[in-house]
Design a protein around this ligand. Structure first.
Ligand code: NAP
Length: 256
């Protein structure tokens, strides 16, 4: 019997922000499952190199490519590097994202909003556009899969913490639906995961590195999640095991 979560053909996967956190766990698991993986990073070269080293140590194929995915020219260079170094792209995980210090909405200024929109909305749009141009049968491609990393924040709104970030993830959910329907007949599936509170470095950006442990007692499962638990859901959405899913959402939030 074949493993339905393993790729059936040579799969080439780009994980944006793949050097740390959920992106790193996704890249590692994908490498283990036979995907050729591009680990994109913006500034933390050492972490990205360590993920690539771990994949190669297990016999997999991976490269690290630096690019700020909020910038059109850098996104174009990133996708060209994938074409050249790994072959035709078949899968994209729009994982890179960010948040800023916890505050109320009236304390947020224009510069912060522009940064939040750029990292969490513009970046997945720019990357999805490059992926569609390569994967869509409309342009002679062989199809593919896109998984967006949204957040439970899109449903919850993140009051008193970061309504801007939550709203940006709401936009990711809308894009997931719209793009999925736009390319459904062109061989591309588009779905999203909505993680809850996951143990990664992102919470330090909000000014509270211990946020997951503080909230954990109030969570339905009484614990935060691990990046590897989100990665498993992402790999399911990437794989043929989810072949009839598009425009859908998997909540990986321990019931939150
Ligand atoms: P993380 O540990 O802070 O890692 C973020 C990654 O994104 C880093 O590898 C970082 O690159 C990369 N990145 C950020 N901006 C980038 C840019 N402009 N260009 C390229 N790469 C960029 O975060 P995480 O918790 O794993 O979050 C991953 C995704 O899950 C995000 O979309 C986040 O919103 C979402 N999420 C997280 C949680 C959670 O509780 N952790 C919950 C829901 C959703 P460098 O390493 O080079 O800095």
């Amino acid at each position: 019997m074949t493993d339905s979560t393993a790729p059936a053909r040579t799969e080439v996967l780009l994980v944006t922000g793949g050097g740390r956190g959920i992106g790193a766990a996704t890249a590692l698991l994908a490498g283990r499952r036979g995907y050729r993986v591009c680990v994109n990073y913006r500034s933390d070269e050492a972490s990205a190199a360590s993920v690539v080293g771990a994949i190669r140590a297990e016999g997999g194929t991976a490269v690290a490519v630096r690019a700020d995915v909020t910038r059109t020219a850098e996104v174009e260079r990133l996708f060209t590097a994938v074409d050249t170094e790994l072959g035709p792209l078949t899968a994209l995980v729009n994982n890179a994202g960010t948040l800023e210090r916890q505050c109320r909405l009236e304390e947020v200024d224009e510069d912060r909003l522009n940064r939040i929109w750029a990292a969490n909305i513009t970046a997945p749009f720019l990357c999805a556009a490059q992926a569609v141009r390569r994967m869509s049968t409309r342009y002679g491609g062989a199809g593919g899969v896109i998984v967006n990393v949204s957040s439970a924040a899109a449903r919850l709104g993140s009051p008193n913490e970061y309504v801007d970030y939550a709203a940006a993830k709401g936009a990711v959910d809308s894009m997931t639906r719209g793009l999925a329907l736009e390319v459904a007949a062109e061989g591309i599936r588009v779905n999203a995961v909505r993680p809850g509170l996951i143990h990664t470095d992102i919470h330090a950006l909000g000014g509270e590195p211990g946020r997951v442990d503080r909230v954990a007692p109030d969570l339905p499962m009484r614990r935060g999640g691990q990046p590897e638990e989100v990665a498993e859901a992402i790999l399911f959405l990437l794989s043929p095991a989810s072949s009839y899913m598009t425009g859908g959402f998997l909540d990986v939030s321990g019931g939150r």
